[in-house]
Design a protein around this ligand. Structure first.
Ligand code: PLP
Length: 528
């Protein structure tokens, strides 16, 4: 193998991608097809219209509260009479879809969520203007209720769920992950040398972060089986029964296989949690909204589970940086903290003494907020308020979409792309009700074997390094896929994101991959 490629295969798939892109775009007048990115090429327009119109209204409010100043100085919006003024604004601008959406959102908040419409409008105006630090720092009060209702609809649905949960608005799922790792360590819930179980294959940072010098955790892999449609076999799930395993981190539906955990396995995990009430679960359910009737582990084992959600994928909003962490009000994290040794608790009293006189009562989720700004800057913690306003509007958009039209459109889009890809590859994907189809893994062994037989696959694996195949694909056809190995798949594969190109491009990708493998098949035949 080319020594440069050998060296590059050590990189995270997201870094390797740059080398592939360079190669793929090296041929003049050829379009590069980058299916390496999870970033969607679609986005939700209506709640963005809503945000723009909200900003218009908020500015009107600001300008009216100061006598007109030509220098461009406004004041704070006023709570009193805001509903009436909003009604006038709606009447004057009712032709605008953003205004229609906003008017619907305000009545939803009043009629369906039972909140004070004026208070909500006031919170949204202040938020859109960004004229105050986020207070409360964890999340604006009514925004938390709105986003909570959205998470409840999408992550819990009809599943029984007793009690309430808290939400912390973060700068995307990425920040959520960083904060959680840090606070688990600072609060002695995870210490160097501890074992954590990881649901594999997985979004690479979940493999890389625990290995860092910051954490030095021991990773126990819970392997999904491609032959089971990427479900976790019972024998793998049962590794969680070992009391040495402190936490279980997973992405559900998974990235990259894009399979959601089936009902049977959810029940098995619920059973294990009953035997092991101290187990901490972190579930990253960014793709849950692409599934029908999704039920998160947060619904199955609420007291043990930290939920991470991101608005990036479903709303096409990676640049907004919108994510959330949710924890049940009665949870294992707070309980385990209260059971730490007196010496450890004293240390934590000191750590958080600048922000509360009763540090032992500080909830895990509020520790996350404080730690996110190195405790000392807790008073300026929190997600920017315009971001929170957009997050509330994204949430309301889906809450108001009672027929699920947006979700249906999303699913249609990505599934048509998946079908086009496999059609060209010449292998029909097996029907799998738990496949969410945001990504797909082209598994060399599985697909190659299906199309050309096991002898060929064995020969191919001996002849060529899988990373080389990805480089060849980039060079010959301008197609960029990420190596599945970087996400911890056991056999060589390429991750195709079904989110960021158009259907016709997936036709070309399928054709290019087929051509590459057929070329090798010819060589294999001539050797025989
Ligand atoms: C894309 C992705 C994220 C990142 O979310 P951001 O909100 O964009 O930071 C987190 N987790 C998983 C599993 C993802 O695929």
């Amino acid at each position: 193998m080319d020594p440069k490629i050998e060296e590059l295969s050590q990189l995270s798939p997201f870094e390797l991608k740059d080398a592939l892109i360079e190669l793929a775009s090296s041929v003049e007048n050829r379009l590069m097809l980058n299916a390496g990115r999870g970033n969607p090429n679609f986005l939700a327009t209506v709640p963005r219209h809503g945000f723009l119109q909200l900003s218009h209204f908020a500015l009107r409010e600001s300008e009216r509260s100061f006598a007109y100043m030509p220098e461009g100085v406004g004041g704070f919006p006023r709570r009193q009479g805001i509903e009436d003024r909003f009604e006038i604004f709606v009447r004057e601008n009712s032709h605008h879809k953003g205004v229609k959406f906003l008017a619907g959102a305000v009545s939803y908040v009043r009629d369906q969520l039972g909140l004070d419409a004026g208070a909500f409008l006031y919170e949204m105006c202040e938020a859109a203007l960004g004229c105050n630090y986020p207070v409360p720092d964890r999340m604006l009060t009514l925004t938390e209720i709105v986003v909570g209702a959205y998470l409840r609809q999408e992550m819990i649905g009809k599943h029984p769920f007793v009690g309430e949960f808290d939400v912390f608005a973060t700068e995307g799922g990425t920040a959520a992950m960083t904060y959680i790792f840090n606070t688990l360590r600072e609060n002695h819930l995870l210490a160097p040398g501890d074992s954590i179980a990881i649901g594999m294959p997985i979004f690479t940072p979940y493999i890389e972060i625990p290995e860092l010098n910051d954490y030095r955790l021991k990773e126990i892999n819970i392997e999904a089986d491609p032959k089971l449609g990427w479900q976790y076999p019972d024998s793998e799930i049962d590794k969680l029964k070992d009391p040495a395993v402190k936490a279980f981190f997973l992405v559900n539906p998974s990235n990259p296989p894009s399979a959601r955990i089936n009902q049977k396995t959810l029940e098995r995990i619920a059973g294990i949690v009953k035997e092991r009430p101290d187990l901490i679960i972190l579930t990253d359910d960014v793709y849950g909204t692409f599934a029908d009737d999704f039920v998160s582990l947060f619904a199955i084992a609420p007291q043990n589970t930290i939920l991470v959600y991101s608005f990036s994928k479903f709303f096409g909003a990676t640049g907004w940086r919108l994510g959330a962490i949710a924890t049940h009000r009665d949870n294992v994290l707070d309980r385990l903290i209260s059971q730490l040794s007196e010496a450890q608790l004293k240390g934590l009293d000191e750590r958080y003494s600048s922000i509360t006189t009763t540090p032992r009562e500080l909830k895990f989720i509020d520790r996350l907020v404080a730690d996110s700004r190195t405790v000392a800057l807790n008073h300026t913690a929190g997600l920017s308020t315009p971001q929170q306003a957009q997050m509330a509007l994204f949430s309301l958009f889906c809450l108001m979409d009672i027929h699920g039209d947006y979700k249906a459109a999303m699913k249609r889009l990505i599934r048509a792309r998946e079908a086009a890809l496999y059609r060209e590859l010449g292998v029909a994907p097996e029907h799998n009700p738990d496949d969410v189809g945001y990504y797909t893994l082209l598994d060399l062994e599985y697909l190659g074997g299906k199309a050309f037989g096991q002898d060929f696959v064995d020969w191919l694996m001996k002849t060529v390094k899988p990373t080389n195949l990805l480089f060849e694909l980039a060079k010959e056809s301008g197609v960029v896929l990420l190596p599945g190995g970087g996400f911890g798949t056991q056999s060589p594969s390429g991750r195709v994101s079904l989110a960021n190109l158009n259907e016709a491009d997936y036709v070309k990708i399928g054709r290019a991959a087929r051509k590459l493998i057929e070329g090798y098949y010819e060589r294999f035949k001539s050797k025989k």
